[in-house]
Design a protein around this ligand. Structure first.
Ligand SMILES: Nc1ncnc2c1ncn2[C@@H]1O[C@H](COP(=O)(O)OP(=O)(O)O)[C@@H](O)[C@H]1O
Ligand SMILES: [Mg+2]
Length: 250
């Protein structure tokens, strides 16, 4: 399989969780070109988070094959994770967490800095720029445990930006956000894409698909059931029918 031109290329990919008999994702064929902005939409349990974890090399797939940034996902998890920024879903904040926002954002650069080196001035410059891009520069010295859900979501996005990745995997990036913060994060994601980053975002909410997204993929029960250009997909009604009849909790 030659995935050299694609940011992500999956062929017949399935993954079964340990102890389960039914695959959480099955027969996934997907190609994401460099610079694409793709949204995967589907109801609760469709396999969206599982898909991102398999791409990021966190969860091994059980059949099929896949590459991310031209590297086989079954053998290169560590290398892939250094070059992909993953914003996870519904991260729980411990209210007692003493870590300051700027340190959490710096942790996005851990793969680059390595274990035995301290962050240099350049690393702090990147962190400060990431904080300012998400509008959180004045929160740099606050403990993350004191943030609201929306503020923490922005810190997680800043952490991914500080990693300076080629690809962003965004899992429900609008969860926990109020309307204003949604607008801010929407603009930010579109700007990252305009700057050349590849975006693969997943969402259960068809009302939150950014305008810059060009292609949508609909998942249900672990499979891809439809895909096409954003505007065509939103007009078919297939997505809203599926989300309405299965519920749309994240
Ligand atoms: N750690 C796990 N062990 C076993 N089954 C899991 C695990 N995580 C998720 N699943 C199951 O895999 C399926 C897909 O889940 P998930 O990828 O989280 O869906 P989505 O993100 O679309 O809501 C669901 O049926 C879910 O219950
Ligand atoms: Mg999920």
């Amino acid at each position: 399989m030659n995935g050299a031109q694609d940011a992500i290329l999956l062929r017949g990919l399935s993954a079964v969780y340990e102890g389960e008999s039914v695959p959480a994702i099955r027969d996934i064929d997907m190609s994401v070109a460099s610079g694409d902005f793709i949204c995967v939409v589907g109801p609760n349990g469709a396999g969206k988070t599982t898909l991102l974890e398999v791409i990021n090399g966190i969860l091994p797939h059980t059949s099929g094959e896949g590459t991310a940034l031209g590297l086989s996902i079954s053998e290169n998890g560590d290398r892939i994770r250094k070059r992909i920024g993953y914003v996870i879903q519904n991260f729980e904040i411990d209210p007692l967490s003493p870590f300051l926002c700027r340190n959490v954002v710096m942790s996005g650069r851990a793969g680059m800095i390595g274990l035995l080196r301290f962050p240099a001035k350049h690393d702090w410059d990147v962190v400060n720029r990431a904080l300012s891009l998400v509008g959180m520069e004045s929160y740099a010295s606050r403990p993350v445990g004191k943030l609201s859900g929306g503020e923490f979501q922005k810190i997680l996005i800043a952490r991914a930006i500080a990693q300076e990745p080629e690809v962003y995997l965004l899992d429900e990036p609008f969860s926990n956000l109020d309307i204003k913060a949604r607008g801010d994060v929407d603009r930010l994601i579109c700007e990252l894409n305009r700057g050349g980053s590849t975006i693969l975002m997943v969402s259960h909410d068809v009302g939150s698909i950014p305008l810059s997204c060009t292609r949508m993929i609909l998942m249900d029960r672990g499979r891809i059931v439809a895909e096409g250009p954003r505007n065509e997909m939103l007009q078919t009604g297939e997505i809203s029918d599926l989300l309405r009849c299965r519920g749309s909790e994240p």
